[in-house]
Design a protein around this ligand. Structure first.
Ligand code: SAM
Length: 215
């Protein structure tokens, strides 16, 4: 390991040690876990919410089991590595790609004749598409509660009845960034509002995926 990386790693470890001490102090003082760290606490899922939900080893297996072909969309594409998988394995007739920028996006994705790129805020750009025109959508853009809720609300209008809305990063907290994520709060709300959770995909790093079926 080079010296810069070693020094950076040491700095993170020291900051974490300090954080652990301050959390212990907080919990002793407040007699409660540090709920305030979460932007919006995720609600508990209602009884029976997971009836018919399947568990998969990873997101690739989940998507392959739940969707095939059709018109799809990926909200938040970054490099396009997952877009490559979707194009190769799910084989959509059209894959709509949404991101704020295409600066990092792979050339082979931009040049694939099945892709349509929409640059700008994903919820606003998705709202420009016809209602009920998507067979499936994969949401992985703005990870704040407000951002993901906007994407989800647009997705609910644009998905066909029975279509799949999948979410990456179903976790209340991102350990790699030490910031809260709003995906779990948003997804649990949607399930408690009546959508069926049909898939959960595990991953060793804890950033799970989930899939909901639109009514
Ligand atoms: C985690 S990356 C996506 C990774 C990709 N889905 C994959 O699995 O390889 C998140 C992306 O969302 C984009 N993003 C963040 N906020 C957004 C917004 N409001 N509208 C559109 N894209 C957004 C970022 O620019 C970034 O490229």
């Amino acid at each position: 390991m080079n010296n810069d990386i070693e020094a950076a790693q040491k700095a993170v470890s020291e900051a974490l040690a300090t954080l652990r001490k301050t959390l212990t102090h907080y919990k002793k003082t407040a007699h409660a876990p540090p709920h305030f760290l979460h932007e919006k606490p995720a609600g508990t899922l209602s009884a029976g919410a997971l009836t018919g939900c399947r568990v998969f080893a990873d997101r690739h297996q989940m998507m392959q089991a739940l969707v095939k072909g059709g018109t799809g969309g990926e909200l938040g594409v970054q490099y396009g590595h997952f877009s490559r998988f979707l194009l190769d394995q799910i084989q959509p007739a059209t894959l709509h790609l949404f991101d704020l920028s295409d600066a990092l996006l792979r050339r082979d994705i931009k040049e694939d004749p099945r892709t349509e790129l929409h640059l700008g805020d994903s919820s606003s750009m998705l709202m420009r598409q016809p209602d009920q025109s998507f067979d499936w959508l994969y949401i992985d853009g703005d990870h704040s509660y407000e951002g993901v809720r906007k994407d989800a609300e647009a997705a609910l209008l644009k998905i066909r009845p029975g279509g799949i809305i999948a979410f990456n990063d179903y976790t209340p907290w991102s350990p790699g960034e030490a910031i809260p994520y709003g995906i779990m709060a948003c997804v649990n709300e949607l399930v408690n509002e009546g959508l069926d959770m049909v898939g959960v995909a595990l991953t060793p790093n804890g950033y799970f995926d989930v899939a909901l079926r639109a009514r």
